[in-house]
Design a protein around this ligand. Structure first.
Ligand SMILES: [Fe+2]
Length: 256
């Protein structure tokens, strides 16, 4: 299992507040069969500690501290889509050595700025992944915006907590609607180290139970695995239902 959205890099943002907490979280995740963790501290311009040098320092510290453990750590970030951000980000903000980049928008209003900034990012060669779209009011109110993102070469990542109903009924309904429509590419924990339970395996089980094993693996193994090699993930993966040829033939015969 691969977790592409976490806040367990210590003392960077509103996630882990110590390296001991980070190490304990990683050990717990290994026990839950996690093989790869992407560390995605917020880049919001409001956390004074959050800059590339600090994050690189913390990443080096944590990597050294868990070097004996069976886990792969990957550097990343969760970039707030402020207009003009496309001129400020570079490879250091991407996931590992790939061109995939995790981004978030404001929770309430949808603005043309979001589309324009995403367009500029894609044009520059980045592969944006929007974090937890099911939590944004504009998606809750109009799921067609989610499909529109896919047509604009933008990926979607949902949170385990949403699948498990932690954010209320509207978000739960929205996240399942996104899954049922095939608009979701990644499932991740968005682990802020605030609760003891690690939610990703529980959400994987919920998707396995309600949809199928393949979809659960697609969102937490197959698609995330492609990121590290910078392979393209399919934007639309649900096969269209083909008409039953036999029944069409029978209908024609019946008419004769
Ligand atoms: Fe996050």
């Amino acid at each position: 299992m691969i977790d592409i959205h976490t806040h367990i890099l210590h003392r960077c943002d509103d996630g882990s507040n110590s390296i001991e907490t980070s190490i304990a979280q990683i050990k717990n995740m290994i026990e839950q069969n996690v093989t790869d963790i992407v560390l995605t501290p917020h880049y919001l311009n409001i956390y004074v500690d959050t800059d590339k040098m600090i994050i690189q320092k913390r990443f080096t510290e944590l990597s050294a501290a868990v070097s004996d453990l069976d886990i792969n750590l990957h550097k990343g970030g969760e970039i707030f889509l402020n207009p003009g951000i496309e001129n400020k980000i570079d490879q250091d903000h991407c996931i590992g050595n790939s061109s995939y980049i995790l981004v978030e928008t404001n929770m309430s209003e949808f603005s043309p700025d979001i589309i324009e900034t995403l367009y500029k990012l894609v044009k520059k060669g980045f592969k944006p992944i929007i974090a937890h779209p099911e939590r944004y009011n504009y998606i809750i109110n109009d799921i067609r915006i989610a499909e529109d993102f896919l047509h604009r070469n933008v990926y979607l990542q949902i949170n385990a907590g949403s699948v498990l109903g932690l954010y209320g009924s509207k978000i739960t309904k929205t996240v399942w609607d996104l899954i049922d429509n095939g608009y979701v590419h990644f499932l991740a924990s968005d682990n802020h180290c605030k609760i003891d339970k690690y939610l990703l395996p529980l959400a994987v089980n919920a998707i396995r139970d309600r949809i199928d094993d393949y979809t659960a693996r697609l969102l937490t193994e197959i698609n995330p695995g492609k990121i590290f090699d910078d392979q393209k993930v399919d934007f639309f993966y649900l096969k269209e239902e083909k008409p039953d040829k036999k029944s069409i033939f029978e209908k024609i015969l019946r008419k004769l």
